[in-house]
Write a protein that binds this ligand. Structure first.
Ligand code: NAP
Length: 293
């Protein structure tokens, strides 16, 4: 398949590109800044918030499938700058969906566990009602709605707390702090399903070949709070736990409210009998092995 990616320079994009290429796809990218690992011949520059340019780029590349990862993905940045967040996450997604509609192209939209309000007591399934508690979640719901409203052949993939080697997120930060002794405040009331970007990338590369369109939750199996996650990382690295301080989302004074309890269950994925995602503990151990010294 000819596959076009947005968000190639991001955390997930960085791991998805080589996995799609290894799976034999003809991979292209579109974005504001070309990453070094992408050839000029497979790249078109553009801002997804620009409708005309986005549609033109997709027409030129003529992909079989667009995997749309680009977003303002930091909830606190979205809270501080809602206009940019809505432009990238809502309008940008609408533009990609409009182009896919026009050229009859499959689309994958990567969304988030932060579309949920955190009030459920058990992990969220795909058809649980959305009710975001912050701007990021709201913009991603807009993106989901545009995708569903404009297309018949789409996959919406919600994932959560992604970690990988290309950008410092919570998991690599704790791993580094385990070595330096720098204090990490870990909230016990933020619970989600940590997901290794490589595992998500493999799942996306698999999904696009199935034609089993619809909404999916794809995360590493299981869930934990940030304290439990930090403890697991420290113990796996043989570090003392003293650098980890128990906290709450309130004590962190984050600009964006968090849903709190937002684990996602890979319900439809497992029901379909697709290759089971490994547990978050297995994924974290693998990630720690790969983390550069
Ligand atoms: N990271 C997580 O924990 C997490 C969890 C759940 C869901 N997700 C979702 O997964 C997807 C990928 O996340 P990620 O962590 O890989 O993102 P990321 O590392 O923050 O990268 C974001 C990407 O989006 C691009 N982008 C942003 N605004 C753009 C615009 N207006 N036009 C073109 N490109 C634009 C950026 O390109 P530039 O280089 O041009 O800035 C970058 O490549 C996102 O949709 C996110 O909402 C992420």
């Amino acid at each position: 398949m000819r596959v076009l990616m947005t968000g190639t320079s991001g955390l997930v994009g960085h791991d998805l590109w080589p996995i799609l290429s290894a799976d034999g796809h003809d991979v292209w990218g579109i974005g504001r800044k070309k990453p070094d690992f992408v050839n000029f011949t497979q790249w078109r520059s553009g801002d997804i918030a620009d409708q005309e340019a986005t549609v033109k780029s997709i027409e030129r590349i003529n992909p079989d499938c667009v995997i749309h990862l680009a977003a303002l993905s930091n909830p606190d940045d979205c809270e501080r700058d809602p206009e940019t967040a809505y432009k990238a996450n809502a309008l940008g997604t609408r533009n990609i969906a409009l182009a896919c509609q026009k050229f009859d192209t499959d689309m994958v939209y990567v969304s988030t566990d932060q579309v949920f309000n955190g009030k459920k007591k058990t992990p969220y399934r795909e058809n649980d009602p959305v009710d975001p508690v912050n701007t990021y979640g709201q913009t991603k719901v807009w993106g989901e709605n545009f995708t569903r409203d404009l297309l018949r052949r789409f996959y919406i993939v919600r994932t959560a707390l992604v970690f990988g080697t290309s950008r410092p997120t919570f998991v690599p930060r704790v791993a580094r702090a385990a070595a330096t002794g720098e204090t990490v405040v870990a909230a016990t009331d933020i619970v989600n399903s940590p997901t290794y970007s490589k595992d998500l990338a493999k799942a996306l590369s698999f999904l696009i070949k199935t034609g089993a369109y619809g909404t999916y939750h794809i995360a590493n199996e299981g869930h934990c709070n940030r304290y439990e996650l930090s403890q697991f990382i420290a113990e796996s690295l043989g570090a003392k736990l003293t650098f980890i301080k128990k906290g709450s989302s309130e004590s962190l004074k984050l600009p964006a409210k968090r849903p709190g309890f937002s684990p996602i269950e890979n319900f439809i994925w497992n029901l379909q009998g697709f290759p089971k995602m490994r547990t978050w503990q297995e994924a974290v151990l693998d990630f720690l092995e790969e983390l550069p010294e």
